[in-house]
Design a protein around this ligand. Structure first.
Ligand SMILES: Cc1cc2nc3c(=O)[nH]c(=O)nc-3n(C[C@H](O)[C@H](O)[C@H](O)COP(=O)(O)O)c2cc1C
Length: 351
């Protein structure tokens, strides 16, 4: 049995467990990351943040740079294609308090790839290396890079590009061994992760299809990776993180599910505001209440409600015992208001 409660290092940054919570666009808000840390993730990551958005001081983009005290260690992930503006954005990530700056060289979505960012960089190793070295020179925090295997099915480009990125200054690599063309179909081929591990001296994180302790153990043993990353399996299911780092597999009670969801709703409303949070949260209702935990019509009732307050009332009515748990959790964890750091004026450019 491999012990996932072992610390490891990315550069000088100590990561307390060998479980990393995946960056997921439209999912990895502060509530998700803080919950991930509470349930055993040693490192959490923001969703990908647009370097152009930072450059233009786009207000919503800058919101992604807010870091709470209890998230550390935390990586903020950037995407972009121009080395100089990426380096400038990385300086802001460092100023915002991130422990690592992570680079997205894996996003397969056309909106991103057509700008030369994301997975496209796997086809342009020179540019990819120039981005990494510009950032490594610009900041003191370690630089990590997240890759797919390549653009096209069967590609092994990550084995050529990965070592170049390490030479350029990357302190760790995360591999999701699917091609961009595959999107999320087929299976993650962790034989490739094992090959990458053998080629580089820095820690490698294995991402893809890890949804249980058994699977995490098998991937770690087979690949020699420093850690596993968990994405989709943790959506609406922080309990899987607990299981993976070394707990028992257990189904949460209805009260626990409702308590975690209510906290998640409250915190997300504080972060995004009621209007944005209202639509953002809808997919989470299905994720939390599904898996046979509540009858299907219950989720349908929630998604049509007008306010998150109403959602909260319905949730608590379905499991009144949750109230006590919510109170306990809220007294144990600092409230978002206390821990949300305001960005320094310099980050907004003073305006
Ligand atoms: C909804 C969604 C959004 C994602 N967004 C990002 C992202 O912003 N940055 C990134 O590097 N990977 C992103 N990914 C990929 C995940 O980080 C992860 O590598 C992938 O889902 C495979 O892991 P899993 O099988 O544990 O989900 C995303 C995945 C999903 C499902």
């Amino acid at each position: 049995m491999i012990d996932l409660r072992q610390a490891w290092l990315v550069g000088p940054v100590e990561i307390p467990t060998r479980l990393v919570l995946a960056p997921m666009a439209g999912v990895s808000v502060q509530a998700f990351r803080r919950q991930g840390r509470r349930f055993g993730a040693g490192l959490v990551c923001s969703e990908m943040v647009s370097c152009a958005g930072i450059e233009h001081r786009n207000e919503r983009t800058l919101g992604y740079l807010r870091v709470a005290d209890d998230e550390h260690p935390l990586a903020i992930q950037l995407f972009g294609s121009d080395p100089d503006s990426m380096a400038e954005a990385a300086r802001m990530v460092e100023a915002a308090g991130a422990d690592l700056v992570d680079l997205n060289f894996g996003c397969p979505v056309r909106k991103v790839t057509k700008t030369g960012a994301g997975a496209t960089l796997l086809d342009d190793p020179d540019r990819a290396a120039r981005i990494v070295s510009a950032i490594a020179r610009a900041v003191d925090i370690p630089v990590s890079v997240k890759l797919r295997r390549g653009l096209r099915n069967g590609s092994r480009d990550c084995l050529r590009v990965g070592p170049l990125l390490v030479d350029a200054g990357a302190s760790s690599l995360t591999l999701h061994p699917r091609s961009a063309q595959q999107m999320y179909t087929g299976a993650a081929d962790h034989a490739l992760t094992a090959e990458l591990v053998s080629l580089v001296e820095v820690p490698v994180v294995a991402s893809g299809d890890i949804d249980s302790r058994a699977r995490a153990q098998a991937v770690l043993a087979r690949t020699g990776a420093a850690a596993v990353m968990v994405g989709r399996a943790a959506q609406g299911n922080p309990w899987v993180l607990e299981e993976i780092v070394g707990g028992d597999r257990r189904e949460p009670s209805r009260e626990e599910v409702v308590a975690e969801l209510v906290l998640f709703v409250r915190e997300t409303v504080r972060e995004l505001g009621e209007r944005r949070a209202g639509s953002f949260l809808k997919k989470f209702y299905g994720w939390y209440l599904g898996r046979g935990r509540f009858p299907r019509p219950f989720k349908q009732e929630l998604v049509v409600l007008d306010s998150t307050e109403e959602v909260e009332r319905r949730l608590i009515a379905a499991a009144p015992g949750a109230l006590e748990l919510i109170e306990r959790l809220e007294s144990e964890i600092p409230s978002g208001d206390e821990v949300t750091l305001e960005l320094p004026i310099s980050i907004y450019g003073g305006g």
